[in-house]
Design a protein around this ligand. Sequence first.
Ligand code: CCH
Length: 292
Amino acid sequence: QAAKVSANFVPTKEDYIKVYNRIAQVIDEAGEYDDGSYGPVLVRLAWHASGTYDKDTKTGGSNYATMRFEPESQHGANAGLNVARDLMEKVKQEFPWISYGDLWTLAGVAAIQEMAGPKIPWRPGRIDGFAAQATPDGRLPDATQGADHLRNIFHRMGFNDQEIVALSGAHALGRCHRDRSGFEGPWTFSPTTLTNDYYKLLFDEKWVWKRWDGPKQLEDKKTKSLMMLPTDYVLTQDKVFKKQAKAYAESQDLFFKDFSAVVSRLFELGVPSSQWVTPEPWVMPTVEEQKE
Ligand code: CCH
């Protein structure tokens, strides 16, 4: 590794594929953790590292990986992401030349692709910043709120209504943890595979408020084993969101196409174009494809 930290080492796409492959291995080493995969929590890390972007002040986003620093690491929205950051720290030790912002977003890409999702075009170029560049609390969405809040938060990042609905489909993956967000449970029956089931379930199941001592969330009346956050349920209530969510419920292909484009942009928020090492993002091959 010594040669790779020397100043004149210029990593190629092949070097980044090595990091991708190492992340894919780590994802699978989850054992009894959650549903047997670290994929979902890595997607959440990449999203929270990127979703702090403010288009007006051009602050936040994935460039400086400021979630490494307090107080951003301690923001309520980031509770539990220390699990994902610690996992990536191991990978960073093996590939010390990669920046944290590139590492975390590449982990999001690897997680989505290895969990059967679409290709997420990605490129390196983010640099490690300083604690002074950390963002104030309150830039990420609050799950207890409604459509106006979702629009305020995501329009600030530069996304439109269609993109809000496409991004929300990430909740096909993973689950809520009582000791992290206060909410509890998964959105779908296959939380380690990306599908359009999130949208299908939103419309096909009957959702009722869960009667418990936790924060307001919905449960499916039939099995009581799935959940929706108030902000998820809003996609069936707001007219514009509803039309788009229905379209994704009807076509996984359409969802995958739009999800790929919007997540690729999400992970690039806050990175000045002069920093990219390539004019066009790369499509990283999956582990399976590399065997062919
Ligand atoms: Fe999310 N998300 N998310 N989310 N999220 C939570 C978990 C995941 C909101 C709230 C929550 C996106 C958008 C929103 C993931 C990806 C994305 C949790 C539970 C809450 C609360 C955390 C816990 O307890 O561990 C809200 C509000 C919004 C508003 O839109 C977007 C966008 C993405 C990605 C593109 C993933 C993945 C998880 C599962 C994490 C895990 O550990 O399983």
